[in-house]
Design a protein around this ligand. Structure first.
Ligand code: BES
Ligand code: ZN
Ligand code: ZN
Length: 481
């Protein structure tokens, strides 16, 4: 979808006039509305035919030489969170439904056009595979508003929307289309193009053993698909500047292993690489926005399956850090993957801080539901900055505690650590407490996407069922500021 900004109306297949939910005022539209269209809006609002409620759309039959079809779109009350994005998503879907190729969004002054563009891109995403692939797409979206946007501004927002949709796509692809090797190829694809600032290294089983990553390797050893450690480097800052490290859980399918997941829990486990996918989304965004920073990502890509070579409850794995881990539950595999990735990131790069993202626990759902990401860490300053970014990006997060009791409960008797401890229950926090052993005191934030990365039956104007692409926008905001 090509996105343009303009200050005058031009011909389109569908025109969407964005209208806030308050007393009608034509002033913010300047000279963009014809007298008769303005009258129509006034009448519709007076008769409560249309009230401007968030995402409300109304098609009006009105002759205007610039538009084949005309719609009013409500943007809700001022400062309603997500209102602008959702309204734009609703409008774009309506445009798609009516098969409009050229679409114009007419915005009053004061409406943040970046949020409108982002909402339109997010709302345009659909997961399609095979011969379902060629359904209708809007080709051109023109934003008409008194204030024009520069093409750089537009391309930066587009990069962010596309990054979120890329993450969604990687997560939605079924596990037989998204193996660790394919995930590695998707990372390599991000290095294409002249002057591309991204470098990728992919390590396989042999390398993992050489690195002594017994924890990561152990999870993948039951699969015939080779495990991969994917390392991305974006060096946009000074050569010797301390980097920022991102770490992602890339479990391409989580059967639970010998602690097999039951029916109604196993079906969505292609989504267990959403943390790694979010980091690839971020790298696709870095490629366009090019902040002056050094940023690396370490992704652990494996399949957690059952076979004669799979790891078993009771096994003891030796992680790269040297710490040994008794496997008390093969379904708590994400922390085993992250343990070696975190340690690798912390020791190889000595980063200023680490942020990891992982669909780590189902307990995050019990605690916070499907819209709020459970976050924790070891550094208050970093945490409060991160919360601010989440607020700006309109993604909800909530900090979970890591207490001394939780830390103690991660300790083992015959090995240094247990990957799961019976009787504690605070699942999301316990995941964090385990990971903390591997960050080498580096300032760190852990994002548990267990509830938020994949919505089996929830959808709204900008997020269809399936993968959400959660945290890509927050991370982008955080890395940019
Ligand atoms: N991938 C799951 C977590 C998950 C569950 C994500 C449901 C999204 C939806 C993770 O590997 C897992 O199985 N966690 C267990 C941990 C437990 C055994 C300590 C869980 O949350 O049940
Ligand atoms: Zn699991
Ligand atoms: Zn998992």
């Amino acid at each position: 979808m090509k996105i343009i900004s303009d200050q005058t109306l031009s011909s389109s297949d569908a025109l969407f006039v964005f209208i806030p939910e308050k007393k009608w005022d034509k002033k913010p539209y300047g000279k963009l509305l014809s007298t008769s269209l303005e009258k129509e809006i006034q009448e519709r609002m007076n008769s409560k035919d249309f009230e401007g409620k968030m995402s409300e759309t109304l098609r009006v039959f009105h002759v205007l030489k610039e538009a084949k079809k005309i719609f009013f779109v409500g943007v809700g009350k001022e400062k309603e969170p997500m209102a602008l994005k959702k309204a734009a998503g609703a409008a774009l879907r309506e445009a798609k439904k009516t098969k409009a190729k050229k679409v114009v969004f007419l915005l009053p002054e004061g409406v943040d056009s970046s949020k409108i563009i982002l909402g339109a891109i997010l709302g345009s995403y659909e997961f399609k595979i095979g011969d379902k692939k060629d359904s209708f797409d809007v080709l051109e979206l023109k934003i008409v508003q008194a204030k024009k946007m520069t093409s750089t501004e537009i391309s930066r927002i587009q990069a962010l929307g596309d990054a979120t949709n890329l993450t969604r796509e990687l997560v939605n692809l079924p596990a037989n289309y998204m193996t660790p090797s394919i995930l590695a190829q998707k990372a390599q694809a991000l290095t294409k193009g002249l002057g591309n600032p991204i470098k990728v290294k992919v390590y396989g089983n042999k390398d993992l053993l050489k690195f002594k990553m017994g924890s990561l390797f152990g999870v993948g050893q039951g699969s015939t698909e080779e495990s991969k450690l994917i390392v991305l480097e974006y060096m946009g800052g000074k050569k010797n500047e301390t980097p920022i490290a991102l770490v992602g859980k890339g479990v391409c399918f989580d059967s639970g292993g010998y602690n097999l997941k039951p029916t109604n829990h196993i079906e969505t486990m292609k989504s267990d690489m959403a943390g790694a996918a979010a980091m690839l989304g971020i790298f696709s965004w870095l490629r366009v926005v090019k902040p002056k920073k050094n940023i690396v990502a370490v992704l652990g890509a494996v399949e957690n399956l059952i076979s004669g070579s799979a790891f078993k409850p009771g096994d003891i794995l030796t992680s790269m850090s040297g710490k040994t881990i008794e496997i008390t539950n093969t379904d708590a595999e994400g922390r085993l993957v992250l343990a070696d990735c975190l340690y690798y990131a912390a020791t190889k790069y000595k980063p200023a801080y680490i942020i990891d993202a992982a669909t780590l626990t189902g307990a995050a759902i019990a605690a916070l539901g499907y819209e709020i990401t459970s976050i924790m860490g070891n550094n208050e300053k970093l945490m409060s900055r991160f919360k601010k970014s989440a607020e700006m990006a309109e993604e909800m997060v909530w900090e979970m505690p890591i207490t001394e009791t939780f830390r103690k409960k991660t300790k083992g008797e015959i090995a240094d650590l247990l990957n799961w401890t019976a009787g504690v229950s605070a699942g999301s926090s316990m995941g964090g407490a385990f990971l903390e052993h591997f960050v080498e005191k580096t300032p760190w934030i852990h994002l548990d996407l267990g509830g938020t990365a994949f919505h089996e039956s929830w959808a709204d104007e900008i997020t269809p069922k399936g993968a959400t692409g959660v945290m890509v926008q927050t991370l982008a905001h955080f890395l940019e500021n």
